[in-house]
Design a protein around this ligand. Structure first.
Ligand SMILES: CC(C)(COP(=O)(O)OP(=O)(O)OC[C@H]1O[C@@H](n2cnc3c(N)ncnc32)[C@H](O)[C@@H]1OP(=O)(O)O)[C@@H](O)C(=O)NCCC(=O)NCCS
Length: 176
């Protein structure tokens, strides 16, 4: 469990399944991520994060607001996906429900996740990926001091040729 002034980053609970499924059905949240997620797929995504937590001691954690325990979304650290330029690196990632954007919550969770990663995992760098059109996400990468790695631009292997979300860009945070 990681606490910040306004947030708690924690492992996933079954009570997160309904609000997380609602995020997966929100076209604005999913606009640059791919198709809307049926309940079975959002549940499977939670189960994958629980598996990372059990095996590795970290994952894309659930974000809870400290003052009222509201489920805001997720942020945290997982292994970079196979077949991408960050395959052997730690990846930071985030997704918040629409009503919680624009309040600095993602930034607060991301800064805490980076601190935790550099302190607890001892890695020299932490990577992030997104699509060129996801300015909210790469804007956050820049706000938290990450640097664009133009040399690591890539086409995501899980997406078909011609998919408009296939092109990806990569950012790097280095331990300070
Ligand atoms: C990407 C995402 C997490 C960014 O969330 P966000 O709320 O915009 O990011 P931040 O936490 O940095 O908040 C920044 C905004 O909060 C405002 N803000 C308000 N109070 C603040 C505070 N106390 N501290 C910092 N910023 C604050 C900032 O001014 C800024 O506003 P703006 O969007 O009008 O410029 C969110 O848009 C999202 O979930 N998108 C969909 C999923 C997604 O694309 N995930 C990434 C896939 S690669």
């Amino acid at each position: 469990v990681i606490t910040t002034s306004r947030l708690v980053l924690r492992g996933w609970e079954d009570r997160d399944r309904v609000p997380f499924a609602a995020m997966g059905r929100d076209p604005l949240v999913m606009a640059t991520l791919g198709p809307l997620l049926p309940r079975g797929e959002s549940d499977a995504a939670i189960d994958r994060q629980r598996d990372f937590q059990a095996r590795l001691g970290h994952c894309f954690w659930a974000i809870e607001r400290a003052e009222d325990a509201a489920f805001l979304g997720f942020c945290g650290l997982k292994p970079g996906a196979g077949g991408t330029p960050i395959e052997h690196e730690i990846e930071i990632g985030w997704r918040l429900a629409r009503q919680y954007w624009g309040q600095g919550y993602a930034r607060e969770a991301a800064e805490a996740s980076l601190r935790w990663g550099f302190t607890s995992l001892g890695v020299p760098r932490i990577m992030a990926i997104t699509t060129p059109g996801n300015d909210r996400s790469w804007g956050l990468m820049e706000r938290i001091g990450m640097t664009r790695r133009h040399d690591l631009d890539f086409d995501h292997p899980i997406l078909a040729a011609g998919d408009p979300l296939r092109a990806h860009i990569t950012y790097e945070a280095v331990a300070r």
